[in-house]
Design a protein around this ligand. Structure first.
Ligand code: TPP
Length: 343
């Protein structure tokens, strides 16, 4: 498969079969991602939550990839920056807030790291903080799908480019290729791994090129363009679902915020570099595409933004008002039975 960089210059609409409604859903996801991201950082600075991660700059790649996911059939093995993928396959803003506030009603009972969701309901495995830990799990799920002959299902696994230096990444790609598993490896290349830039991470800076070494098709695309992302991920998922084997795809994007609320990116990269990349911000860029192609009017965009803010505020207030898990449940699902470590 050839390397492709699909252009999404404002004014040009390559819709890849998506309806107007689906295009608007992608845009709403991108707006919601950004709103929730900013809310997480605000809540952290207000001292209300201990930690938040930003996916700013990943909106297009995640909203586009989520549109290629078949809900109820496919399995998502995400990484910690995948807010938009989670939202795009059916996770709700309230569920996001329950995780950030670590409330008892959270799927993990408020015990996971904030921003680390999971949901059996929508086929989403638990987010991992351990780089690449999700990748052998995803390959295992793909192996199970093949073993049970469940054609029509596939696994989508995601990771940053820094994670491709981990041993599990290489072992997983090799195993998936040998067994022709139904899986898509999606690299969200935001060009930084906390403070490590790509040129200090790898000798071959184009992750997709490693696909050839494992004997699987690979493709690189413009990850600031949700429709180019959709096109590439959809083709790869269809290939996986129809027993065609694994694919490695790499979306080029940029991390606009610090790695998390725990670091300050001004200590390792210049403001000029961030500003330069901001000029290609995928959110206003896709807004222009939709307005110029009469998919939405400026008034529609304005009303959608207000609606997203309203929903974010309501989810924030609702989650904040809910209780933490009671101390008596500290060891629930940690130790079997009534055992308590101090006994
Ligand atoms: C096994 C392991 N090693 C190191 C870390 C610390 N760590 C957390 S995030 C990160 C950078 C990962 O970068 P990348 O995979 O490019 O994803 P990004 O955060 O840029 O989206 C590192 C080194 C970790 N969590 N797990």
């Amino acid at each position: 498969m050839a390397k492709t960089m699909t252009s999404a210059a404002p004014g040009k609409l390559e819709r890849h079969g998506l309806t107007d409604e689906q295009l608007r859903a992608i845009f709403r996801n991108m707006l919601m991602q950004r709103q929730l991201d900013n809310r997480g950082f605000q809540l952290n600075r207000q001292g209300k939550i201990p930690f938040a991660l930003g996916s700013e700059g990943h909106e297009a790649i995640q909203a586009g990839a989520a549109m290629a996911f078949d809900r109820g059939k496919d399995v998502l093995a995400p990484y910690y920056r995948d807010l938009g993928l989670a939202l795009g396959i059916g996770f709700t803003p309230l569920e996001v807030m329950l995780s950030l506030f670590a409330r008892a009603a959270d799927h993990n009972g408020g015990r996971q790291f904030p921003n680390h969701y999971s949901s059996r309901r929508i086929g989403m495995m638990s987010f991992s903080s351990i780089l690449a830990a999700q990748i052998p799990h995803a390959v295992g799920a793909a192996y199970a799908i093949k073993y049970r002959k469940e054609a029509g299902r596939a696994v989508l696994v995601t990771f940053g480019e820094g994670t491709t230096s981990e041993g599990e990444w290489h072992e997983s790609l090799n195993f998936a290729a040998v067994h022709a598993l139904p899986i898509v490896f999606l690299c969200e290349n935001n060009q930084w791994a906390i403070s490590t830039p790509v040129d200090k991470q790898m000798g071959q800076p184009e992750v997709w090129k490693r696909g050839a070494g494992y004997g699987m098709p690979a493709e690189r695309f413009d990850g600031f363009d949700p429709l180019a992302t959709y096109d590439v991920v959809r083709r790869a998922m269809e290939r996986a679902r129809s027993c065609g084997g694994p694919t490695l795809v790499e979306g080029m994007c940029y991390r606009f915020l610090s790695h998390s609320t725990d670091d300050d990116d001004r200590t390792y990269r210049t403001k000029e570099e961030v500003d330069r990349n901001r000029q290609h911000d995928p959110v206003p860029r896709f807004e222009r595409v939709l307005v110029e192609n009469a998919i939405m009017t400026a008034a529609d965009v304005d009303s959608m933004k207000k609606d997203v803010l309203r929903e974010t505020n309501a989810a924030t207030d609702e989650a904040e008002a809910l209780p933490y898990a009671p101390p008596s449940e500290l060891y629930t699902n940690v130790y079997e039975g009534a055992y308590e470590p101090w006994q």
